[in-house]
Design a protein around this ligand. Sequence first.
Ligand SMILES: [Zn+2]
Length: 224
Amino acid sequence: MLVVAAHPDDAEIGLGGTIALLTASGLKVGIVDLTDGEPTPHGDPATRREEAQRAAKLLGACDRMILGFPNRYLQDTVEARIALAEVYRTRRPRAVFALLGQDQHPDHLAAAAIARHARFYAKLSKTDMAGEPYYPPLLLQYATSHLRRVLLPTAIVDISGTFELKLRAVLCYETQFGWRRDLLLDRLTTTAKFYGAKIGVAYGEPIFSPEELPIWDPVGLLPR
Ligand SMILES: [Zn+2]
């Protein structure tokens, strides 16, 4: 599995509980950040990278790469699509988790488009791109949205068992949240409880599918 983010911390905030569940089950999950997330008021590139690696390790991710496109000014360019398509072609993930294209942050909107378009580019033949043609069979989306509205997911993952780990991973980003820790914890907890309540569990994480969601294992749909 490959999680594509605009900034280091997007993956943890939107999908941290699910990533921890996937890695705990033995699946390999990689994270790709399209930018290094800097500059920010209290961060610097080296510290942000160190925080990102620490958070990824905590969630059990097998690796994390930062592609180095410009933070704040991320654009859905051919160059960005090709760079990410090469990651798809060489890593060949069974599923890609991309940012949801409903957002107020321009970088998040660009990242959503890049992740989607890179999927199409990745299958092209007769190109100079690294790796062999490959089309990731499943594209799902997660929300780290600045949009002030309730987002209606396709499905909700029960992250009751990994919610604490998710919070710890997010708090690795001291440069981003150390000075507003209580506010962040309150927001993440409220959101996770809201989505959890919709499926009758303590904490939930919303997942979105831009295409019809295939069900390969109907037995796995049954409540535990
Ligand atoms: Zn972000």
